[in-house]
Design a protein around this ligand. Sequence first.
Ligand code: ATP
Ligand code: MG
Length: 422
Amino acid sequence: MSSNSFTAPKGTYDLIPPESETVLAVREALAAPLRRAGYGYIEPPVFEDVRLFARGVGESTDIVSKEMYTLTTKGGDELALRPESTASVLRAVLQSNLHRQGSLPVKVWYSGSQYRYERPQAGRYRQFWQVGAEAVGAEDPALDAELITLAADAYRSLGLNDFRVLLNSLGDRTCRPVYRTALQEFLRGLDLDEDTRRRIDINPLRVLDDKREAVQAQLTGAPMLADYLCEDCKAYHEQVRTLLTAAGVEFTDDPKLVRGLDYYTRTTFEFVYDGLGAQSAVGGGGRYDGLSEMIGGPALPSVGWALGVDRTVLALKAEGVELSAPARVDVYAVPMGEQARGVLFEAVTALRREGLSADLSFGGRGVKGAMKAADRSGARYAVVVGDRDLVDGVAQLKDLQSGDQTPVALDALVTTLKEKLK
Ligand code: ATP
Ligand code: MG
């Protein structure tokens, strides 16, 4: 790379046309079911006090301990680019007192970039996008089932069908500690490296999630959380399962499913697309009943999810879904000469104000190049104006599908095109 050229930072990529249209369409499609279910849009800042994530996501998690982009401002504030948005959203809800202003739950959705200092690879980036939803302040299995159903419907609306829903319950403050101790006892008897041994003390459930064969092989016979769930958690989970079945959402019980954040309780789920190799999780979420108190708020049992936009796009490609067509215009104007440019600039502006989409050939291109650009633009009509046309007070209207060309009076151009494109 020469000193005067730049490339996007490692682990990031540019969204450029025409693929960027797909990304916009995916974000919209993932959000659409939420809007139909009463979720309101929320947008917290991209950076927050670093302690919000340390406390909310958990100091012992990879996300906080290894992957966070932190910075000190000129004023001395310690900030972090958000590695995820649940903690930010809850902070925003608490700060604005949304949870006191109406009935609970507060249902919100967001769409935005997240930042994690990870090893870049296909499907794993340092800046990536999520569409997320949070339902704050209610403990109701129907809410958990609603969110899982909305995500499944969102994927299907895009034409993605080969995904699986993995479901588990992580218990609550009554039963999880008992299980945690039992698991720790089991894990301490295994042959594990030092890093993993440390994890046994801090976050033993994460060891179950270890991807290494040598570790997985030793985990057969490990105590399973499902056997330790208290009656309340069991009944709650059973209701979630029943509601999902009634909604026609297929799921797989995965007793080993844990997630990389500390705040999850009870319902935990992940959306997996198997065609994506190691980066197969296209989305995930769960219940986080203790998070509000962890960041200084009142008890607000909540549930939410975050769907990865980048990986959803990859999954759609893997499934062979033809994604939205690139942006195209209705009309492409080709001026020949300066005076014609002025006339067509006006015409294009008028067409746009009438709600049609129109583009103009810029840069004084020759007519051949300009007509090629007209074809590429996907326009139905090209409008060509030269000096002779100006004398006659007409524009040549060319139907780019049939090739037919007819002169149209300049002062009738906008109404004629509006009529033809209706
Ligand atoms: P993974 O197991 O792949 O590391 P995660 O558990 O860290 O995922 P979450 O924090 O649950 O992921 O985020 C929800 C979704 O966001 C993931 O299912 C995934 O689709 C997406 N995601 C997470 N990290 C990245 C990343 N670095 N690049 C692209 N997408 C990501
Ligand atoms: Mg991760």
